[in-house]
Design a protein around this ligand. Structure first.
Ligand code: GLY
Length: 593
């Protein structure tokens, strides 16, 4: 590794920056004393929850320095890019829902990756999914950095350079490898081994770094530093962009590897053309509460919102109704939701009470025949339209635990719910040489086709449909809840189930997050965690539901949620998972007012 010069401010001098990037050389050291991750914290002055203690601490540091929730969200996301690099990173994308306390408004920032301009509707046709996963072809134009920049400029108080500091420190000093990081590395070991810089970084000595060792990513620290100094243009048209394009076009495959690695279509002009977008949120009213979510190209807000509307139209709400409402909302999501710049998404109708009532009347005392047909969100609704099952349902890709979610609030009452992803756990598996960053494989979220009329086929510059569902709930115009999760399309059902657990079944937020989960996405069988099947399997099977196990890895787990609840007198409860994905970390700025 080349030597670098660090000033008293911890910033690299330009001389150090301009040298050619070196290959990663992570070091494994004796760990510092173990700190404890806690899944629930209550207090004042700001709070955060992520899947990871170091990332939560990074966001908390920024809050304590006087930063607001947006500053802390960016700092937390950048830190997750270090400690959760298989789920998050600057070469990925994400969706952020934000409550701006000063203006009492909810907004969203879309940092979704885009297809390169050379990508046509048939570009993925006939390509085996597994092959697309580890390829340059599936790498979308990264959105995270433009999203951080827009988010900070419009709603933050810090510069990107300041917000990146905690992440740089973690990347420099290292973090303690836990079982989740080890397992995720192990699960990816075959393909990581086939890409030279990936193997050098994540398989030191040919093996995943052992649990308890300290993992450093000096190349990523340097990349973040340089990004802080040079700004987003360094990626969107500058030298970092050129390095990414070169890597996408000619993935650094190990000599002798037998994997068919397709090259990508990205050009520097695609990076130059990229824009993060501020969009209005989706909104539904549920039981007198305002539920805000992410609009298309994510299907998160529309599908969670439609399902809630359907539930509200029913005389009673139980687990059977939760599964059926989700089934119907997924039928509509699959038929109608894509990037709104390319396909007409009938969002207003999908979220209308009239449509929800028409859909709700299809729910009877028993599970409906599979597959549910999509409805007609056309503005003309009868009290109860009959519907035959569809002849077929779109084939669903295997949903893994990919992606991550953080929540943060500050002393002023701003709230961020932020989903971040590089798509599959481990993304494309391709690390940019000398940069310590994994490239996303977000374009596998497109429908591969042939699928005439599908709203989610690729197109030049198009954003693939997402399931990310960062959600903020207001009561009388003030935050009550914020929640979100990873898990591909199961993100939607996890968020929906947590809301139903909390708002309908009367659970506390920690219980609502911890409760066993099931996910019905207009599939013949409902995926269910073992504890869910054990507790509710008999009663649901008697109603015609079929429950099936959740395939791994990690087997038997759906999602890894984080959430906030705003209690009385300014007290906030931050909540992470007690067990899934190894358990998360909730922190508060202070425990007393
Ligand atoms: N890549 C996960 C999602 O966008 O839903």
């Amino acid at each position: 590794m080349r030597s670098v010069v660090v000033t008293s401010l911890g910033v690299l001098t330009l001389a150090g920056l301009l040298a050619p990037p070196a290959e990663a050389a992570p070091a494994v050291h004796t760990p510092p004393p173990k700190e404890v991750k806690r899944p629930v914290a209550e207090g004042y002055g700001g709070a955060v929850a992520t899947v990871d203690l170091d990332a939560s601490k990074a966001a908390l540091t920024v809050l304590r320095q006087g930063g607001n929730a947006m500053d802390a969200a960016v700092a937390g996301a950048a830190a997750l890019g270090v400690t959760e690099p298989y789920s998050a990173g600057l070469a990925g994308g994400g969706f952020l829902v934000y409550y701006d306390a000063r203006h009492r408004k909810v907004t969203t920032i879309d940092g979704r990756e885009t297809a390169p301009r050379a990508m046509t509707s048939t570009a993925l046709e006939g390509i085996p999914f597994a092959e697309a996963v580890s390829s340059g072809l599936s790498v979308g134009v990264p959105g995270s950095v433009a999203q951080w920049d827009l988010a900070l400029r419009k709603y933050g108080t810090m510069s990107l350079r300041q917000a990146l500091r905690p992440a740089i420190e973690i990347a420099d000093k290292g973090f303690v490898v836990d079982q989740t990081f080890y397992d995720q590395t192990q699960q990816n070991a075959d393909r990581f081994a086939d890409f030279t810089p990936t193997a050098a970084l994540y398989l030191p000595g040919g093996q995943p770094p052992p649990v308890g060792s300290v993992f450093r990513n000096p190349d990523l620290a340097r990349t973040y530093r340089e990004l802080g100094i040079r700004g987003p243009a360094w990626l969107y048209g500058g030298d970092l962009g050129r390095e990414i394009v070169n890597t996408v076009k000619k993935p650094p495959v190990r000599a002798g590897a037998t994997r068919n690695v397709r090259s990508g279509l990205m050009e520097v002009s695609d990076l130059r053309a990229y824009r993060a977008l501020e969009r209005p949120p989706t909104k539904v009213t549920y039981k007198g509460l305002d539920v805000y979510g992410m609009a298309p190209p994510s299907s998160g807000g529309s599908t969670v919102g439609e399902a809630l509307n359907i539930l509200e139209a029913l005389p009673k709400i139980g687990l059977h109704e939760y599964l059926e409402a989700s089934r119907l909302a997924f039928a509509d999501r699959n038929a109608y939701v894509g990037d709104p710049a390319y396909t007409r998404v009938p969002l207003g109708d999908l979220l209308s009470d009239g449509f929800a009532k028409e859909r709700a009347c299809l729910i009877g005392p028993r599970a409906m025949p599979h597959p549910a047909a999509p409805g007609s969100p056309d503005g003309s609704y009868s009290a109860c339209a009959s519907a035959a099952p569809a002849a077929s349902a779109p084939e669903e890709k295997k949903e893994g635990p990919e992606t991550t979610h953080l929540v943060v609030t500050d002393r002023w009452g701003d709230v961020a719910a932020y989903n971040i992803t590089i798509e599959q756990t481990g993304g494309s598996g391709i690390v940019v040489p000398g940069r310590g960053i994994l490239l996303n494989n977000e374009l596998t979220d497109f429908t591969f086709g042939p699928a005439p009329g599908d709203p989610n086929l690729p197109a030049p510059g198009k954003r693939p449909r997402s399931s990310m569902a960062p959600t903020i709930v207001l009561k009388d115009g003030r935050p009550l809840l914020a929640v979100g999760s990873p898990g591909g399309a199961t993100i939607i059902t996890t968020v929906l189930q947590i809301l139903v657990n909390r708002l309908d079944f009367g659970m506390s937020l920690p219980d609502a997050v911890a409760a066993p989960r099931a996910s019905q996405r207009n599939t013949a069988a409902t995926q269910a965690e073992p504890a869910f099947t054990q507790r509710y399997g008999a009663e649901l099977t008697a109603l015609g539901h079929t429950l099936t196990d959740v395939p791994g890895p990690p087997a038997g787990e759906i999602g890894a949620a984080t959430g906030l609840e705003f209690l009385r007198d300014g007290k906030v409860q931050a909540v992470a998972e007690p067990a899934r994905r190894g358990g998360g970390s909730a922190l508060v700025v202070g425990t007393h007012r």
